[in-house]
Design a protein around this ligand. Sequence first.
Ligand SMILES: [Cu+2]
Length: 235
Amino acid sequence: MSPHDPTTGCASPRDAAPATRPTAFPRSGRETPARPRTALTACCAALTATALLLLSGCGAGSSGDKSLPPSTSSSSSTSTSSSGMNDMAGMQMGDPNATPANKVPGADLVQGSFQLLDTRPPGMDDVKGTAWLAQSAKGTTVTLSLTGLRPGDQYMSHLHAQSCATKGGGDHFQFVKGGPTVPPNEVHLMFKADKMGMGMMTVNNDRRTGKGAVAIVVHPSATMDNRIACADFDF
Ligand SMILES: [Cu+2]
């Protein structure tokens, strides 16, 4: 019934680390000859940690903190070891650094505003946001941006095949109907709310959804049956 694996986490700290590392650890020391090395090192370590949090938009919550140290300490040379569940979360269920749907050049763009669903769990009355769906020669890009989420919580979103007014979006959109209930045959976005309760994610798929994916639904990752909010795309 559930294709979703709530244990998969945000893979972005690993993705972000290589980009920040070269500037965060100047080797020569020529730029700051007067400073003691220990101060420089401590300063850079703090900067790196901050940059990781900022870039990833992930790990700010309580549950994510546990996984940060191992992923940051091994980030520079072990990216190939992140296959399996992290690649699934990072590549197939969203990349926070990908070009957002509303910035994809030459794409046909539709968007929708999230509306609360009666099936939402308690405490989710302030969830608001927007979703964009872009189709271009490269396929489909979906971006969502939400506020009012529970800080640090993990969420899952899918493209759905029916409008929000029809059973809260109905079934998941599938490229091949009756095929696998996971990406890339479906379009899933997994993301974590930051300290402010904001969540943003982008996912790409090689195929175009055409007009088959008419809505997008957000669920708590832990309880997929509790649909929080739904947005109809304005085709
Ligand atoms: Cu869904």
